[in-house]
Design a protein around this ligand. Structure first.
Ligand code: ADE
Ligand code: ZN
Length: 325
């Protein structure tokens, strides 16, 4: 499975930071982060809300463009190791310069340069999706949206929202999403990881996204599944993340296969791999075990991801070539 060529569309850049990398930075800076690690060195948290706070604590030691460049290299090496040839990662200006546009541009330049080096060395292409963070509130979402519009182009290709889905409503963030859409950015938003099918419906009706992060709880509303299928809205499904966080008790109970059977377009991603003890190889192996997925199934998933990628068509053509055996 490791060698199967893959596309990943839902990866939080900081959430992909290896724990040893964060521990090393904390030690260099004299910051005590022992509370966020278990004895075996993995990240320690109790539930989703605690995960979000551990995530922010880990991210707090990542400061400056140079450190984000190092992070980018580590993330791309790990992804390439698992057969990923194209990846889109969520980048948060809140964590890269505190929402300041000039600082953000410096972070982005460093990330992009490292990604271009990795593309040459490792054969993996990265594109960025700027994200606002829902539980920081609608007012704070404006700065990331402005950062996104100021850097929209062939590399920053999308705008999205992560964070605690139970805070507020998608419509509260319309200003930020409209701003990004006007700059030509494609839209994705986290919904239906925790907030049920109603949350997915809200996202579809209020933000008209091309893709939805997770979206899996749509399975509880058959009519909504039909809307997703008819409109070709693509779900960025992260099965391992959902099982690890307890959204579903097991992979066998995960709705990815049922969604697919109803005609909903699904893709497969890791979300925050070291937090959920996963990687793309494990995701594929799990789907093979739980649902008997084989070559044709993975091929279909990859083609869906290729078509749903936010990159330009020239990049899509390059990736299509790279996927060939
Ligand atoms: N940020 C990082 N991982 C996330 C997740 N699974 N859901 C919402 N926000 C996130
Ligand atoms: Zn996510």
């Amino acid at each position: 499975m490791k060698d199967v060529k893959k596309i990943e569309l839902h990866l939080h850049h900081e959430g992909a930071a290896p724990p040893a990398f964060i521990r090393g930075l904390a030690a260099e800076k004299g910051v005590d982060l022992s509370r966020i690690f278990r004895e075996d060195g993995t990240y320690a948290y109790r539930d989703f809300n605690h995960f979000l706070s551990v995530y922010e604590a880990a991210t707090s030691v990542l400061t400056g463009p140079e450190e984000f460049a190092r992070l980018t290299r580590a993330v791309l090496e790990e992804s390439a190791e698992h057969g990923v040839v194209y990846s889109e990662s969520f980048l948060s200006p809140d964590f890269c310069g505190g929402g300041d546009v000039e600082a953000w541009k410096d972070y982005l330049a460093a990330i992009r340069q490292t990604a271009e080096e990795a593309e040459r060395d490792l054969g993996i292409t990265l594109r960025g999706i700027v994200t606002c963070i829902r539980h920081f509130g609608p007012e704070r979402a404006r700065a990331p949206a402005i950062c996104a519009t100021e850097t929209a182009g062939d590399w920053i290709v999308g705008f999205g929202m992560g964070g605690d889905e139970m805070v507020g409503h998608q419509a509260d963030y319309t200003w930020a999403f409209d701003c990004a859409r006007e700059a030509g950015l494609k839209i994705t938003t986290h919904a239906g990881e925790w907030g049920g099918a109603a949350s997915v419906r809200e996202a579809v009706e209020d933000l008209n996204p091309a893709r939805i992060g997770h979206g899996v709880q749509a399975i509880d509303d058959p009519a909504l599944c039909d809307v997703l299928a008819e409109r070709g809205i693509v779900l960025e499904v992260c099965p391992g993340s959902n099982v690890f966080l307890g959204v579903y008790p097991s992979l066998a109970a995960h709705p990815i296969q049922k969604l697919r059977k109803r005609g909903v377009k699904v893709t497969v991603s890791t979300d925050d791999p070291p937090f959920f003890h996963t990687n793309m190889t494990r995701e594929y192996e799990g789907l093979e075990r739980a649902f008997g997925w084989g070559e044709e199934d993975f091929e279909e998933i990859t083609q869906t991801a290729l078509e749903a990628a936010f990159c330009d068509d020239a990049t899509r053509d390059t990736i299509r070539e790279r996927l060939k055996p």
